[in-house]
Design a protein around this ligand. Structure first.
Ligand code: UD1
Ligand code: UDP
Length: 369
């Protein structure tokens, strides 16, 4: 069986690595890795491949940055060419970035079976590009692999059900459990002058927040006020960095860092007193680690982290964020890690089994004309 996996951006590597490993371990499965090049800086791409032990991609489409249409179009053209030269029995995409949807659309038009990892998540917020990417990808996918029961239910409500929908668990959490001890052993805490459970960790990169100077400025002011109570560490995504450079300095007390590596970020999350984020993956990782998390958004596509994890949705009012942080710091919420079903470190193997069962016996011709 020939399987093509597509990776593109920081969270994709974390989600796809366990599937690439589990498929490659199977006899008779030939795995090809195509990197679209959506993320290209070492800090967002190469360092992840290395730390996750992924093979070097067989091909890099080098699509780079651009508007949504530009990026989507470049990925579609690149994937169509790639699949025409390298026929495959299934194309595996993960998550909700532009490359996920673009690769799925190109494959769908070629009649190539599509596997969507992390299918069925819904924020119901159509202003998020990721929501569009999720819904479109799910609509054209043949095998929909879900991280949690609520995702399966979302698909059922959209009329997508049957043997093509499989609850496999969370491959992002497979990567976490595989590498958390390595991450702790090489923890950056000492070099950053931090004590365990005595700092706040922040990540913010959603366009709705950081592309609006007033919103970004206001949240920075709130975080800066907290920094007089305890250290606030903020590894900054390049999108956010670019916007910050256009703002007057308002964050004198924050520890602003370049994006840190996956292992460094796992270690920083594991020992944080509290995490503030608008990231999807970070809501899940903090839940698995049992570390309190405040999500600075009005919706989440990951309600399981609110129900069984450590996540609280606080909206996007900076004053509310400040008071929620102060409440958290004043009380000791106790969490026992990893109570979420199938977030057990074996989702990649279950995904590989589902892919093998679904497509192990078929061969489809590809004609791009
Ligand atoms: C993308 C995803 C988002 C995901 C995030 C993970 C879409 C629509 N968005 O957002 O869902 O949460 O990745 O981190 O797919 N840049 C660099 N170096 C890079 C890549 C990007 O400096 O290696 C800068 C460029 O200025 C670029 C900007 O970051 O314009 C945004 O990059 P892009 O990939 O378009 O979106 P992200 O904000 O990273
Ligand atoms: N991450 C990282 N370094 C950082 C910030 C995040 O390694 O400085 C990791 C984090 O542990 C998780 C993934 O990046 O595995 C989440 O990616 P991101 O927040 O960019 O995207 P999202 O999950 O929101 O799509």
């Amino acid at each position: 069986m020939r399987v093509t996996t597509v990776v593109a951006a920081r969270p994709n590597f974390v989600k796809m690595a366990p599937i690439v490993r589990a498929l490659s371990d199977r006899d008779g499965v030939d795995v090809r890795v195509v990197h679209t090049g959506q993320h290209y800086d070492t800090a967002l791409s190469g360092s992840f491949l290395d730390q996750l032990g992924m093979p070097a991609p067989d091909e890099n489409l080098e699509v780079g940055s651009g508007s949504h249409a530009e990026q989507t179009a470049r990925v579609m053209i690149g994937i169509e060419r790639s699949l025409s030269v390298h026929p495959t029995d299934a194309l595996v995409v993960a998550g909700d970035v532009n490359s996920t949807m673009a690769a799925a659309l190109a494959a769908a038009k070629l009649g190539v079976p599509i596997v969507h990892v992390e299918s069925g998540l819904r924020s119901r917020d159509w202003s998020m590009p990721e929501e569009i990417n999720r819904v479109v990808t799910d609509r054209v996918s043949d095998l929909l692999l879900c991280t949690s029961e609520d995702a399966v239910e979302n698909l059922v409500k959209e009329g997508i059900a049957g043997p093509g929908v499989v609850l496999v668990g969370n491959t992002m959490i497979d990567s976490l459990w595989r590498l958390i001890d390595v991450a702790r052993a090489s923890s950056p805490l000492a070099s950053l002058g931090l004590q365990p459970r005595a700092y706040l960790l922040v990540t913010l990169h959603r366009p709705a927040l950081v592309d609006d100077p007033r919103s970004l400025g206001a949240v920075l002011e709130a975080l800066d006020r907290l920094a007089s109570e305890l250290p606030v560490v903020f590894p900054i995504h390049p999108r956010t960095r670019a916007r910050l450079e256009q703002l007057p300095a308002r964050a004198d007390h924050l520890q602003l860092l370049a994006p840190v590596t996956y292992l460094e970020f796992l270690a920083l999350q594991a020992s944080a007193r509290l995490v503030v984020t608008d990231s999807g993956g970070v809501q899940e990782e903090t839940s698995a680690l049992g570390v309190p998390c405040l999500t600075y958004r009005t919706s989440t596509e990951r309600p399981i982290t609110l129900e069984l994890g450590t996540n609280r949705l606080v909206g996007t009012d900076p004053a509310r964020l400040l008071s929620a942080c102060q409440e958290e710091l004043a009380t000791e919420r106790q969490f026992s890690p990893a109570p979420i079903p199938l977030w057990d470190g074996h989702a990649g193997e279950r995904a590989a089994t589902a892919i093998h069962r679904a497509f192990g016996a078929v061969r489809r011709p590809v004609d791009a004309s």
